[in-house]
Write a protein that binds this ligand. Structure first.
Ligand code: C5P
Ligand code: MG
Length: 158
């Protein structure tokens, strides 16, 4: 089996859209970013690439490349998932933490879990999501951290 860990940080700013795990969250503020700033999908993508020692998201999709501007982070995740499968693995479990002071993410946990379940083809009970504030220490800070467990294709329960 393989494990992978990834994280991603963005600065929050007024008037930006907040999208986490592919789900639009109503908020007056969102991340400043070259892409859509979906920190959870970025951390997850890096965790998948790390699990197969394939560098990181910036190696595959440089943030200096104009074609990556405003890009849907789902494409990054799908590229990493293809690489995982090509090496003979599948995602078995995901555990992620998002640090954000506002807005509250708890009410959106189910929607984010369902979207990740669909993107990763996983049951809901293998997608753990923890939300934390910075206790006001970093109110402009959005950070996501993700751990993934990969199993060889064809091994273990479905
Ligand atoms: O960071 P702290 O432990 O004070 O967070 C308290 C609770 O608030 C967490 O257990 C979490 O469920 C929730 N929370 C949230 N959305 C955030 C941050 C925390 O729903 N952005
Ligand atoms: Mg990012």
């Amino acid at each position: 089996m393989r494990i992978g860990y990834g994280e991603d940080t963005h600065r929050m700013a007024e008037g930006k859209k907040l999208v986490l795990g592919g789900v639009a969250i109503p908020s007056p503020r969102g991340p400043l970013a070259h892409s859509d700033g979906d920190a959870l999908l970025h951390a997850l993508t890096d965790a998948l690439l790390s699990a197969i020692a394939l560098g990181d998201i910036g190696a595959l999709f440089p943030d200096t490349a104009p074609e990556n501007a405003g890009r849907n982070s789902r494409e990054f995740l799908e590229a990493a998932l293809r690489a995982v499968r090509e090496r003979g693995y599948r995602v078995f479990q995901v555990s992620a933490v998002i640090v954000l002071d506002r807005p509250k993410l708890g009410p959106h946990r189910g929607a984010i879990q369902e979207n990740l379940a669909r993107l990763l083809d996983l049951p809901l009970d293998r997608i753990g999501l923890t939300f934390k504030t910075s206790e006001g220490l970093a109110p402009e800070h959005l950070q996501a951290r993700a751990t993934v467990l990969l199993l060889p294709l064809g091994q273990g329960e479905a």
